[in-house]
Design a protein around this ligand. Structure first.
Ligand code: ADP
Ligand code: MG
Length: 294
């Protein structure tokens, strides 16, 4: 049994919808969680735009999009014509070029998103390049504008899968997010990495930072994770959620769509998505907190 604790889970929800970034060490379950949440949120009625910013680009397959469709997708960051049309410079250019830093990307979903099951739309961004020294390359300028300006109705959700964390983000990109889900396994190592990411996310101005302890196998895994966090100097997460280890995930790979609706992880993720949606909508009715059995 993995317990859940919730402090103040008020996300910055407004008419723009809510923008969530999923971070954590490689292999902890970010893509799995992003895909499951995206589909679950869509089934609950939200318009969901899933964004893949990992170079490996496996979110599409995890969502259940077929391999041949994904093979034809050109990531936004390497779509030279689109980048140039919007920012005035081609990918790889930047220094010495006048960039439009806040281009109108309101057409990005219509033009470049791919349909995924349950009505989810997927935008493949490509990797985020390190935006050091205040310099912003055209790809990152475009990605930042895309996230910040995506037109959403209240209750709609943008959820972005990442390679690991926000360390490659410039302020401009991070500022677009209201909420970070920091995913860990109940291991010291993954928590150490996650804490660095969580602290950076806070520094970059992301308001709500939730801890997700994934792949819990036994009672006490969440408590152990919290004890590691204390040993590492502590961090005030907005909420803590445990998700069970579920053998079914591996057998249903690559798509989370084949995971049974009543499997332990699917049930737990559904509860988590109700909480996210509740916060995104700013609804007043009480929503059950996530409690999962593993
Ligand atoms: N709760 C879970 N139970 C069992 N296996 C899981 C769970 N979450 C993720 N996995 C598995 O762990 C592996 C890594 O997951 P993935 O989502 O690709 O991680 P990341 O995107 O963080 O690198 C995959 O094989 C995935 O199926
Ligand atoms: Mg991944």
């Amino acid at each position: 049994m993995c317990a859940t604790r919730a402090n103040d889970m008020t996300a910055d929800a407004d008419d723009r919808g809510v923008r969530v970034v999923v971070v954590g060490k490689g292999g902890v379950g970010k893509s799995t969680l992003t895909a499951m949440l995206a589909r679950s949120l869509a089934r609950l009625g939200a318009q969901v735009i899933a964004v893949d910013s990992d170079e490996q680009r496996n979110l599409g397959a995890t969502l259940g999009i077929d391999v041949s469709t994904m093979a034809e997708v050109v990531p936004l960051a390497s779509n030279a014509d689109y980048v140039e049309e919007k920012t005035g410079a081609r990918p790889g250019e930047g220094s010495g070029t006048m960039l439009r830093l806040n281009p109108d990307t309101s057409d990005v979903v219509d033009r470049l998103a791919v349909n995924a099951p349950d009505g989810v739309r997927l935008l493949v961004m490509g990797g985020v390049r390190r935006a050091g020294g205040g310099c912003l390359c055209p790809e990152n300028a475009l990605l930042a504008a895309t996230i910040a300006n995506m037109r959403l109705r209240r209750g709609d959700v943008v959820i972005m899968d990442t390679h690991a964390g926000v360390e490659h983000f410039g302020r401009a990109l991070a500022r677009g997010f209201d909420r970070a889900l920091v995913v860990v396994e109940p291991t010291f190592n993954s928590i150490q990495v996650a804490l660095e990411t969580a602290r950076l996310a806070r520094e970059l101005g992301i308001e709500t930072i939730d801890l997700i302890v994934n792949q819990c196998r036994k009672d006490g895994d969440v408590a152990n994770a919290l004890a590691y966090i204390e040993r590492l100097g502590g961090f005030e997460f907005s909420s803590v959620t445990g998700l069970p280890f579920d053998e079914g995930v591996r057998t249903s790979e690559p798509s989370v769509g084949d995971l049974a609706d009543d499997s332990p992880l699917a049930v737990a993720v559904r509860s988590l998505s109700r909480v996210l949606l509740h916060d995104a909508r700013g609804a007043v009715d009480a929503v059950e907190r996530v409690t999962v059995s593993g």
